[in-house]
Design a protein. Structure first.
Length: 168
């Protein structure tokens, strides 16, 4: 994955539309399906939990399928980019302990993955106005910079590929 410049205002606007549409679809779909099932298959006990659960499940699956199908539409570009970025960062985060250990031993691929994580996290946190941990990120970046200087390694995050993580 390559990091790209994202228009924050456009991202937030489109994300809010997507979230709103999902909430409306989930509410209407769940209630509609549940009510149809209750009308078709009434329960003498008056408990319709399983029909309500079925409505929520079917609607959630439908929303997921629709989101996957429209992911590549121009309107979804920023939202899909952030979605993909979060997935890439999660893959790195799950291996961060091993990456840091390898980086301390001079592994350039580990340092590259960590640099990508820090740069991507900074972008993500700025897009989501989550600046609480930025001070920690600056500290972590300084620690990585010490390692790159010690091992004389130059990091170019444009060379990061997720397959690099397989070795850790």
């Amino acid at each position: 994955m390559k990091l790209e410049t994202i228009n924050k205002a456009r991202y937030r606007k489109h994300l809010n539309y997507v979230i709103g549409a999902c909430v409306v679809a989930l509410t209407a779909g769940s209630l509609g399906i549940a009510q149809c099932l209750i009308a078709l298959f009434p329960d003498s006990d008056g408990s319709h939990f399983h029909w309500n659960l079925t409505g929520v499940t079917l609607t959630s699956v439908t929303i997921g399928v629709v989101l996957l199908k429209v992911k590549h539409h121009a309107f979804m570009y920023e939202v899909a980019y952030v979605w993909d970025l979060k997935q890439a960062l999660n893959k790195i985060t799950r291996k961060m302990a091993k990456l840091k250990k390898a980086a301390e031993q001079g592994n350039a691929d580990a340092m590259l993955a960590i640099q990508f994580s820090y740069t991507g996290s900074k972008q993500l946190w700025e897009l989501d106005d989550n600046t609480i941990t930025m001070e920690d990120l600056v500290m972590w970046q300084a620690q990585l910079d010490v390692l790159t200087t010690r091992y004389n390694i130059e990091l170019d995050i444009t060379h990061f590929q997720s397959h690099l993580l397989k070795q850790f």
